[in-house]
Design a binder for this molecule. Structure first.
Ligand code: NAI
Ligand code: A1CAB
Length: 259
C-alpha cells in the first residue's frame, strides 16, 4: 500500500521533492499534500497536488516531511506534534538532531527520521541520506524515485550535509568559473556552457560507471608535457585540494552550529 505524503514548506528543497515525486510514473505515493505559509509557493502545484493547511496535512498524510528553514523546525514540529501518533515524521533540515526533535512533544508512537537530500532530486538525480529506522523500506520506496538513497547513521549527518546537501552549489560555482574562463579566452558563451555541462555529465558518468579511482581517470587525460598537465599544475599550485577540504570543514562546522 502506497503512503500518503505531506510536505510542510514547499520552497527550494520541499518544492524539489514535490516535483520529483510528481514526475515519477507510476507514482510512489498515494496522494501528495502540500502546505506552505507562502501561497505563491503552492501555485505551480495546484493541478497535481492538494494544497492544505499544515493541520489537515498532518491528519491526512502517513509520512510528514518538514522542509522549512532549520530555525523554524521547532515551531512547526511543536505545532503538529499532538497529531503525529502513528505517523512517520521526516525532517530534511540541516543541523537539527533527532535528540532535539524528540524534545518537541513528538509522541512515542511516531517514527522520526532525518533525511538529507539535495536539489537534483527535482529531476530524479538527487543523493538522499536517510537515518536508519523501522521504516527503511517504506522510505526507500519514496526516496528512490528522487535519486540514489543511502542509509546513514545520524553521527554522519553534518558530514553529508556539507558534502552532498551543499554539494550542487560547489559544482555550479565550478561550472560558472569554467564557462567564464573559456569566455575570457574568446569562446562563445553558448558553446562554453554546452561544453562544460557535457564535460561534467561525462566525467560524473565515467566515475559512476567505471568505479575507477578519480586519479586513474584523470591520468588518462594528462598527456606528458601537454595541455592538461599545464592546467592542473595551476590548480595544484593554488591549493585546490586544500580549498575543497577547507570548504567542507566550514560547511560541516556550520551544520553543527546552525541552530
Ligand atoms: N536548499 C537545499 O539545497 C537544501 C535544503 N535543505 C533543508 O531544507 C530546509 C528548507 O530549505 P530551503 O528549501 O532551501 O528553504 P526555503 O526558504 O526555500 O523553503 C522553506 C519554505 O518553508 C515555508 N515555511 C516557513 N514557515 C512555514 C510554516 N510554518 N508552515 C509552512 N511553510 C512554512 C516558506 O514559505 C518556504 O517556502 C532547510 O531546513 C534546509 O536545511 C536540505 C538539503 C538541501
Ligand atoms: O545551505 C544550507 O544550509 C542548506 C543545507 C544543505 C543545502 N542547503
Amino acid at each position: 500500500m502506497k503512503p500518503a505524503v505531506g510536505i510542510i514548506g514547499v520552497g527550494q528543497m520541499g518544492g524539489a521533492i514535490a516535483r520529483g515525486l510528481l514526475k515519477q510514473q507510476p507514482s510512489p505515493v498515494k496522494k501528495l499534500y502540500l502546505s506552505d505559509k507562502n501561497q505563491e509557493c503552492l501555485k505551480p502545484f495546484l493541478e497535481q497536488a492538494e494544497p492544505v493547511t499544515s493541520e489537515l496535512l498532518v491528519k491526512e498524510a502517513d509520512v510528514v516531511i518538514v522542509a522549512v528553514k532549520p530555525h523554524l523546525v521547532e515551531e512547526v514540529i511543536k505545532e503538529i506534534a499532538p497529531e503525529l501518533t502513528g505517523k512517520i515524521l521526516v525532517s530534511v533540515a540541516a543541523g537539527v538532531s533527532l535528540k532535539k526533535i524528540a524534545g518537541w512533544g513528538v509522541p512515542a508512537e511516531c517514527e522520526v527520521v532525518r533525511v538529507m537530500p539535495n536539489t537534483p532530486a527535482l529531476i530524479g538525480q538527487g543523493f538522499i541520506a536517510i537515518t536508519p529506522s523501522k521504516v527503511d523500506e517504506l522510505l526507500a520506496n519514496i526516496f528512490n524515485s528522487l535519486g540514489e538513497v543511502v542509509f546513514l547513521e545520524e553521527k554522519y549527518f553534518d558530514h553529508i550535509t556539507a558534502l552532498s546537501g551543499s554539494g550542487p552549489a560547489y559544482i555550479y560555482l565550478v561550472a560558472e568559473a569554467l564557462i567564464d574562463g573559456a569566455v575570457r579566452l574568446g569562446l562563445p558563451r553558448d558553446v562554453a556552457r554546452k561544453a562544460v555541462v557535457q564535460t561534467l555529465i561525462g566525467a560524473g558518468t565515467m566515475l559512476k560507471e567505471t568505479q575507477e579511482h578519480p586519479g586513474i581517470l584523470r591520468d588518462a587525460v594528462v598527456t606528458p608535457g601537454g595541455t592538461t598537465a599545464a592546467g592542473l599544475y595551476q590548480l595544484e599550485k593554488q591549493g585546490i585540494r586544500g580549498m575543497f577540504a577547507d570548504c567542507l570543514e566550514k560547511a560541516y562546522e556550520r551544520a553543527k552550529n546552525l541552530t
